[in-house]
Structure formats: C-alpha cells, structure tokens
Design a protein around this ligand. Structure first.
Ligand SMILES: Cc1ncc(COP(=O)(O)O)c(C=O)c1O
Length: 437
C-alpha cells in the first residue's frame, strides 16, 4: 500500500466516481477521475489516457484567427459550405499530399472530424433503406461507435490484427455479403494500435467497396504521422496512402487536431469524392429534402448539426494549409517529436516487465507514433489500468476500443514531456517490483 500516489485517496476517489468498473471507463471518465486524484493528492500523473496534442499550436494559425476576429467576422453566420479560401486550400492539400483530385466544392470544413463522422453516418448510413450501418475495422476510436448508437444505427466490427494483407479480403467480404453494411470505417494510421494499412490492403478495401456499393469512411486523424515515411513534401512522393487512389466511393476525414496541433479549435475537413458528391440516392429523401448526396450532407446533416464552422477557426486553418501547400510550413516536422517520445517510453515499459500488445505491422516492428499498446503478465487490461492509478499512471483499456486483446492498455505519448521520463521509469520500476512473480 506504499504506492507513489496515496493509496487511500486513489481508493476513495475510485469509489466516489461511481464507475462500476474503473478499468472499463471512457476516456473522459478517466480524465475526470485523475483530475480529482491529482487535485487531492497534489501529485502529477503520467497522463496517457487522452489523445490531446502536447505541442504548441502553430503561430500561423493563431495569427490568422486573431486577424479574422479583429476584422469583425464573429457577428456573422458562416456559410454552410465553408470559407471559399479554405475550400481551395483543402483541395490543394489533397492534390499535394495525397495525389488525388477533389473539387474544392466537395471539400467541407467540419467542427472537428468528430462532427464529420457524425454527419457521414447521418447521410451515408441512410442512403439505402435495406442497409443497417457501419463496419468498423477495429481496434478503434470508441466515440464513433457512440455516434452510431445515438443515431440508432447498427454497427459491426472485427479486430484487424489477425487479418492483415490478403486475409483482409475474405474477412471484410463476409460482412459485406450480408447486404447490411452501408459504410466501412477505419483510421490510418490506426488509433490505438498504430498499424498502418499498405497500398495492397487499401486496394482490397476499395475493390470490395465497389463490388458491394459500400462507402469508405477513411479517417485520417493522424495524417502523415507514420514517421517511417516522409509524407511531408508537397507534390512529391511518397504520399500519405489513401483508399481514394483506388475507388470513387469514399469520404476522407482529415482532422487538424493532431497533425496540426489544433484540437481546441474544433475544425476538421471532410472530402467527398467528386463522383459520390453528385450521386443520387432516392432513399435519402426519407430524411432530407433531396436525393443528392453532397447536398444532403451540407444542407441536411451539417446544417442540422451546427449551421457551419466558426469563421476564425476556418481562417486559421486556411492560413496553415496555405503555408503547408506552399512548402513554407512542414507540419510533419512539427509533430515528429511524438515518434521519439514513443520510442523511449516503450523502452521504459518493456525494460520493466511490460509487453507491447500490437507489436508488429505485418512483418515489421510497429512504428513509433502517437499511441502504443502494452500489457503486464497475468493481468487483464481492466485490472492493470486500475492498479496503475495507484502508481500515478493513467491510460485507457483496449477493451473499450473493441480490441480482442483484453490484456491490453492504450497509451498516448503526447502529454508526457521527456523531462518526466525519469518519473515514469521510477513508477514502473516500483510497479514491477511490487507485482512480479
Ligand atoms: C481516430 C480518430 N478519429 C477522429 C478523432 C477526432 O478528431 P477531431 O479532434 O478532429 O474531432 C480522433 C481524436 O482523437 C481520432 O483518434
């Protein structure tokens, strides 16, 4: 009971939280619990539960936002389809960093990718009355399932780890054959496992999407952050891999939160393929005024959700993208720091008896990025998460990401500055001493 954080305080706060199983709590529930323990104990945790940028926002975006506010934009409603300059820069970004053509009219700002996903479900899961919902390639970001749930959509899911490469085809096809799937969603690189799909795998997903007329929702929340490859040079290969190379049946969700350290401004990008945007689905008329896909997205779903995106946030992102597209700002260099943190933190965990759960990306060791996953011998992730709270280390269990690896925990590296690595090491050493058999 001689733990780094006062044992009684942690125990009492866990009891007071009212969480039936603390190890199964959502990200925001862990955030609240740890805030309380920190406040009462006066001790700082190694906080790894929330994927929040740990770097300063780029000055270009701040300056452009301030300028926009000073010019008086805030008294006016923003246009639903987005700021014209921003739309052009998003379209340029798609050309220069993905090597794809998406007309600027089909590039939309959203209130974070979170709202983008919600709007996608509201339209793409309702375009065919005989279909039921989304197939998630998991492990994944839990809130997107919450969105499906609150919309009353069904969803299906499988853990991708054992279905890499050509094995992916039969697995996805089993779901698609049921005729119930409207959309398929995955993040690439994957939150939480950090595996990254290959061109071959993206081609398989695209082929099946075309064969079964399923819309691919490609979540690029960690755009360019597979640091094994340099995706940072505008108009030069290698490009961030995307399914959009292989099908027209896609929507891309590009978040500005992590790759551009802009999470608080709640602005993301939705890119709808030129073909899908203009496609007509008669069943949409059950919910929207027209059968047009793009029109329903903008004047049906996004209108209903927030009636546009804050002017100044759009201006900030437009300036940032312009600098990026013009080669004046290297967004990947700005966030590469996460990769070096992950490398060192993984070393500290492994040297103290922990194992990396999703340890391989096909035949290669998993890349060092924003997240990594770990376990400790003979403990479930749920047990481990709770025990580690007494050692001042917080994270989330893989259980809530629909992972099959119930022994695992997801750790986010962003909030742990390298100056705190010695404390992490000390706490993990004590944990190992107290628990090794
Ligand atoms: C996979 C994934 N998708 C979407 C989001 C949400 O992004 P945003 O902050 O743009 O709403 C996150 C945030 O953590 C994420 O990890």
């Amino acid at each position: 009971m001689n733990t780094p954080i006062n044992y009684e305080i942690v125990k009492e706060e866990i009891e007071k939280s009212g969480l039936p199983i603390v190890g199964n709590a959502t990200i925001r529930e862990i955030v609240r619990l740890v805030n309380r323990i920190e406040a009462r104990s006066g001790e700082k945790f190694i906080r790894m539960e929330m994927g929040v940028p740990g770097l300063e926002p780029p000055q270009i975006a701040i300056d452009a936002e301030i300028e926009a506010l000073k010019s008086g934009v805030s008294s006016k409603y923003p246009m639903m389809e987005g700021d014209a300059q921003l739309k052009i820069e998003i379209s340029r970004f798609a050309k220069l960093f993905l090597d794809i053509d998406v007309h600027s009219e089909h590039c939309l700002p959203t209130v974070g990718s979170m709202q983008g996903a919600m709007a996608c479900f509201m339209v793409a899961n309702r375009n065919n009355k005989d279909r039921e919902g989304t197939l998630f390639i998991d492990p994944g970001f839990p809130v997107q399932k919450q969105q499906c749930k609150v919309l009353g959509h069904n969803y299906y899911s499988f853990d991708v780890y054992n279905y890499r490469g050509q094995k992916l085809r039969a697995k996805i096809e089993d779901f698609f054959k049921t005729g119930k799937i409207s959309t398929i969603l995955y993040s690439n690189p994957n939150n939480p496992s950090w595996i990254a799909f290959t061109e071959e795998e993206l081609q398989i997903i695209a082929e099946l999407a075309d064969k079964y007329d399923v819309i691919v929702l490609e979540d690029l929340a960690y755009f360019g952050m597979d640091f094994r490859h340099d995706y940072s040079k505008p108009g030069q290969p290698p490009y961030q891999p995307t399914v959009a190379k292989y099908t027209d049946n896609y929507i891309l969700l590009i978040s500005s939160s992590k790759s551009f350290s802009n999470a608080g401004q709640r602005i993301g990008m939705m890119l709808i393929s030129n073909k899908l945007f203009t496609r007509r689905y008669p069943d949409l008329k059950r919910y929207y005024a027209t059968d047009g896909f793009g029109y329903s997205m903008i004047y049906g779903a996004l209108y209903a959700l927030s009636s546009g995106v804050t002017h100044s946030a759009q201006k900030g992102l437009a300036a940032l993208l312009k600098a990026t597209n013009d080669g004046q700002f290297n967004f990947v260099e700005h966030v590469r720091e996460y990769g070096s943190r992950a490398k060192e933190m993984k070393r500290i965990f492994v040297e103290n008896g922990f194992k990396i759960v999703y340890d391989k990306d096909l035949d290669e060791p998993i890349a060092d990025g924003f997240y990594f996953t770990y376990s400790y011998p003979e403990m479930t992730g749920i047990e481990l998460l709770e025990k580690m709270l007494y050692y001042g280390i917080s994270a989330i269990s893989l259980n809530i990401t629909n992972s099959e690896r119930i022994e695992g925990i997801r750790a986010c590296v962003s909030q742990t500055h390298p100056s705190r690595f010695p404390i992490l090491e000390q706490r993990l050493k004590q944990f190992h001493n107290d628990h090794k058999k």
